[in-house]
Ligand binder design. Sequence first.
Ligand SMILES: [Zn+2]
Length: 209
Amino acid sequence: MHHLPRDTGWLEVITGCMFSGKTEELIRRLNRARYARQKVLIFKPRIDARYSESSVVSHSKQELVAIAIDDASEMLSHALDAEVIGVDEAQFFGDKLVSVVERLANAGKRVVIAGLDQDYLGRPFAPIPHLMAVAEYVTKNLAICVRCGNPADRSQRLVARDATVVVGGTETYEARCRRCFDPSSATAGQRDLFAPSEPPPAAIADQRI
Ligand SMILES: [Zn+2]
């Protein structure tokens, strides 16, 4: 980022699969702003209570104090005097997040959003794809496939459940590459439809849901 915008707000999206370092990158950017004495606020969905009720914590246990909210619109009343706004686990806020962060950026604020771009079946995970389209800056992080060591961009759910939102860490998910990702093993109703040695493309799994 050599040419930063001046006298305007903007959107930054940090995305990728689980264990790709999204939250660490969010914390790094927000800390850099805090060192410059900019007023920073961080929001996270209340649904995500994995590590701490009031902090944004990455898997590597870095930490920043965050405001847990139920609805994206709550950011508008909190963020009046903030210059930089961070949003962690943004995929849990739903489509409403798009209009909220657009308003904040239009009001002159820098908004840094971290979230998953694909769900447990490899489908685009709203609202991140939309945010990637309207953001000034997009960073897609890759993890390392736990199976083979290739660059990984998918989150393999290790427990068979049909819900899109199953919050968890290393016991529930692992990073997988395109070749090793197996969405058929991630849903309770789909387990025996595909041979384990031939993971189906995500699009085919989609049609069978
Ligand atoms: Zn792999």
